[in-house]
Design a protein around this ligand. Structure first.
Ligand SMILES: [Zn+2]
Length: 70
């Protein structure tokens, strides 16, 4: 039964992470900054989410759909 402990492939070296990028940005009714992200690979759409900083928006956020498939 010990074998299963080693059944996982070694972690790939910092494999590329698929990111969703900002397609729109604005402010929520309460004034807090929000942004709308979309993945160009699979068209995943984040909807409007909090975007605490401009850098955060520019970096993009990981696409949950694309990063699932290895
Ligand atoms: Zn995606």
């Amino acid at each position: 039964m010990q074998e299963t402990l080693f059944d996982f492939p070694p972690k790939p070296p910092k494999s590329r992470e698929f990111k969703a990028h900002v397609i729109d940005a604005g402010s929520a009714p309460d004034g807090s900054p929000i942004a709308h992200f979309e993945c160009s690979r699979c068209d995943w759409d984040s909807g409007w989410v909090d975007c605490p900083t401009v850098t955060y928006g520019k970096r993009g956020i990981p696409c949950p759909a694309c990063n699932q498939q290895l």
